[in-house]
Design a protein around this ligand. Structure first.
Ligand SMILES: [Zn+2]
Length: 308
């Protein structure tokens, strides 16, 4: 099966199965939960980064949603990067070594990740009334929970507020899942919860509770738990990339305040020589940071949020 089955049949159903987006690549699992009552179609993806296990587990649990408990259709693709999941890859799809969340809107004639992005953009996103791409802090990333939304999409911002995490990141950068979906007019958000690939009851529930609040916002359910009481901050995010390969020594922890020009960390060589000193271009606070001692040139070191 190259495409998902029909999402709207008018009959209550739960359909579990596998779809093979690319003829020469692995199948990925899906769930379609359709209510007998009409309503919106919410698409959820997880495992775009295959080792962000908290959100994979949250998606697996959301697949147990019952048709009689919702209106409309819930579509869940819990492990989009299935080979990355099994191999515990960081960031990339093992098939081509590329970060799927940088490949959108994709290319029908490109490498595996480019073609998978194209499949999502042409086959899945156009059927959605809202889209959530769940992320969970990769094996080498620590973070304070936040939700990224395409900064130019007011409806996406509303979804981000509904999800209920304390910090919202307005993103201008293209190339990702949510930007491609928003370009099709689909309100889209990317929540980040947990980190270092860890998962547990508290973080998984934080994700499933947020999804339920979005479902309430779009009219799929009538009740949801209230979010934690922290005020919602809207920030931009600045992310310096490593100018050298080497050993990364962060001077900052997640949530620490940062002044403009303050030293965020250093990249050193194995003999202790300083290869690069990373200073903040922004005043703000640390949204996430690389926890790995090993860093490769071009990789994200740290995310600094600055209030808008
Ligand atoms: Zn991710």
């Amino acid at each position: 099966m190259k495409t998902l089955p029909p999402l709207k049949t008018g009959k209550a159903r739960t359909e579990f199965g596998h779809v093979r987006p690319l003829e020469d690549d692995a199948e990925i699992p899906f769930a379609i939960i359709e209510s007998a009552e009409p309503g919106p179609c919410l698409v959820i993806t997880a495992g775009v980064h295959g080792s962000e296990f908290c959100t994979v587990e949250a998606a697996v649990r959301l697949m147990q949603t019952r048709p009689q408990d919702i209106k409309g259709t819930l579509v869940v693709l819990p492990i989009v990067n299935i080979q990355g999941f099994h191999k515990r890859s960081i960031y990339v799809m093992p098939q081509d070594g590329k970060n799927l969340n940088r490949m959108f809107p994709g290319n029908a004639d490109g490498t595996t990740s480019e073609r998978l992005a194209h499949w999502l953009v042409t086959n899945v996103y156009p059927q959605a009334d809202a889209y959530i791409d769940l992320h969970g802090g990769d094996l080498d990333e620590q973070l304070a929970p936040f939700t990224i939304f395409p900064g130019s999409s007011e409806k996406s911002k509303e979804l981000a507020v509904a999800f209920g995490l304390p910090t919202l990141v307005a993103s201008a950068r293209g190339g990702g899942t949510i930007h491609a979906a928003a370009a099709l007019g689909v309100p889209s958000i990317l929540p980040e919860v947990s980190g270092n690939g860890l998962w547990g009851e508290q973080t998984v529930t934080q994700v499933t509770d947020g999804v339920r609040r979005v479902m309430r916002h779009i009219g799929m359910v009538s009740t949801a738990t209230a979010p934690a009481s922290e005020a919602t901050k809207i920030v931009s995010m600045w992310v310096p990339a490593a100018p050298h390969t080497g050993l990364w020594y962060s001077h900052k922890e997640v949530s620490d305040k940062v002044a403009k020009d303050e030293v965020l960390g250093e990249i050193k060589g194995v003999f202790g020589e300083v290869l690069a000193t990373i200073r903040s271009e922004q005043e703000g606070f640390v949204l996430y940071r690389l926890t790995s001692l090993s860093v490769n040139q071009g990789e994200a070191l740290i995310g600094i949020g600055t209030s808008l």
